[in-house]
Design a binder for this molecule. Structure first.
Ligand code: G6P
Length: 501
């Protein structure tokens, strides 16, 4: 690569993630329809990729995705302005990579969700699944290496999340130092103790691979610091030399940097104004009637703490009977990862708890809990416009975009109840009511406080929240990462020039 003058050169950006921005459906005539997918990551990156030259490499997740990949073989295809390539691991490898290693093993470690006396159980099958995890990461590395082999522009590879921890090292082995590899970890990074659960080979495999990158992005400074500490604790040759946000391993200095993710402000506001959203909003309004609305919007996900949220609501109705018939809890829940037992069981427990509350408190006109299952982003945005209280009480959460989306579109000066363990807490916690997520009693009292807060205070808090979200758009998140990668690219170019002299 010629580094003499790259200052004005636009980079070629490669995003790599398990779930891509589109899912494909094959039509009878052999053509394909592309539908934009769900998930925080996809929402965040989707709009941005349309504004840069981006190649997005993702896994084929369905039969039709595979058919699309077969039709496009080794070439990239332009889908609604984004260049796409799909990797096609065998069903067997994919299942082990996704349903045994990524979710639950890695996800549960990151969110510290274990029931330690019983789970996890690391068996021969887990070790076989680990091989599949590496295999799928290898396939990603091959496709990316192939896609950039003739590229003359500076290349920045942004791999996303815990599905792709072995990817940086595997890609580095293929492309050497000429590309900037910059993974982003969307979920919390626990301190060294959280990682003791993982066998040494897997744990140091992951850490060493991540240290083959140039810089690693995290949601908060705390996550970045925990990463540095984890490397220092488990890898003999990793040193931080007093730094909290970088680590040197085998002569490579790797930065651990916080880039708090946000929402696409324009896009969310546009969706809020669409007629489809307005229609859903009037339907929801009818079902809420004149009651105050306590809303939650989540994937069906143990780390979201949905059960304790329901229990807190039950305590509210019990300790403050004045709310009976006067409030409505609405939970918009998106079923997720149903192949993993813990997720299935969790959904059953939620439905049972909601059923018990309804059985105990409902009357002929009022059903206290309304659970709506399904994935409908317009409905979620419509409901967010209407809440009086938004409940965001995760046990652990990288950021939590619902808190930010809600603050942006809400029209009732709704109060945000925010767990101190959500990444968003560091940015907007000051204007929310803080929830200790394990404390059901305090969560119920926070609901009470929010429901009777004065209009003036609600308004002040809502305006402050909205302002923060409006000024920290997801575009900033993306641009900061690209800017930092380009700075490193230039710095490395200069030092290699100097060493030639
Ligand atoms: C979280 C993760 C993402 C993931 C999303 C949806 O936000 O950080 O990487 O895509 O959940 O989960 P799923 O397993 O459905 O892709």
């Amino acid at each position: 690569m010629n580094d003499t003058d790259t200052t004005s050169e636009a980079p070629f950006i490669v995003i790599v993630s398990n779930r891509g921005p589109f899912s494909f459906t094959r039509n009878p005539d052999g053509t394909f329809d592309a539908e934009r997918g769900a998930g925080g990551l996809v929402t965040a990156l989707g709009a941005l990729a349309e504004k840069h030259e981006v190649l997005w490499v993702a896994a084929a997740l369905s039969k039709d995705d595979r058919a699309w990949a077969e039709q496009h073989q080794e070439e990239r295809a332009n889908v609604q302005g984004i260049y796409m390539r799909l990797v096609t691991p065998s069903q067997k490898h994919y299942d082990k990579y996704y349903n045994v290693i990524a979710n639950p093993l890695l996800w549960f470690i990151h969110h510290e969700l274990w029931n330690i006396p019983r789970l996890p159980r690391i068996t021969r099958e887990t070790w076989q699944a680990w091989e599949s995890y590496i295999e799928v990461n290898q396939m990603f590395a091959e496709v990316v290496a192939d896609s950039i082999k003739d590229e003359k522009r500076p290349v920045i590879v942004l791999s996303q999340d815990y599905h792709l921890y072995m990817f940086p090292q595997l890609l580095r082995e293929k492309v050497g130092d000429k590309v900037q590899i910059q993974p982003f970890v969307h979920i919390p990074w626990p301190g060294p103790d959280g990682w003791r659960i993982l066998p040494e080979e897997m744990r140091s495999g992951i850490l060493k691979s991540l240290l083959a990158s140039d810089r690693i992005g995290f949601q908060t400074k705390k996550d970045a610091f925990n990463f540095v500490q984890t490397c220092r604790f488990y890898l003999d040759d990793a040193h931080s030399h007093g730094s909290r946000d970088s680590i040197t391993y085998k002569k490579r200095r790797v930065e651990a940097h916080a880039y708090p993710i946000s929402v696409d402000v324009e896009q969310v506001q546009a969706i809020a104004a669409e007629s489809q959203t307005q229609l859903l909003k009037s339907q929801l309004l009818q079902s809420i009637g004149g009651r105050q609305l306590i809303l939650r919007v989540d994937r069906v996900e143990p780390s979201k703490n949905i059960l304790r949220g329901l229990e807190a609501y039950r305590v509210l109705l019990d300790r403050h009977p004045k709310y009976q018939g006067k409030v409505q809890m609405m939970a918009l829940l998106v079923p997720s990862r149903m192949e993993v037992d813990q997720y299935q069981d969790y959904l059953k427990d939620i439905m049972a708890e909601a059923g018990m509350i309804n059985a105990e408190y409902s009357d002929s006109l009022w059903e206290p809990v309304n659970i709506i299952l399904g994935n409908n982003y317009h409905r979620a945005i419509a409901a967010m416009q209407l809440y009086d209280v938004l409940l965001v009480n995760p046990i652990a959460d990288g950021m939590n975009l619902v808190a930010k989306e809600g603050a942006l579109v809400n029209e009732r000066d709704g109060v945000l109840l925010l767990s101190e363990y959500a990444g968003a807490f560091y940015e907007i916690g000051e204007h929310a009511l803080t929830i200790p997520p394990f404390d059901i009693h305090s969560t119920a009292e926070a609901m009470n406080q929010a429901l009777q807060m004065s209009a003036d205070e609600r308004h002040k808090r809502a305006i402050a929240l909205q302002k923060i979200v409006q000024t920290n758009d997801v575009k900033t998140w993306f641009n900061m990462q690209v800017e930092d990668a380009m700075k490193s690219h230039h710095a490395e170019g200069k030092s290699s020039e100097a060493s030639k002299k």
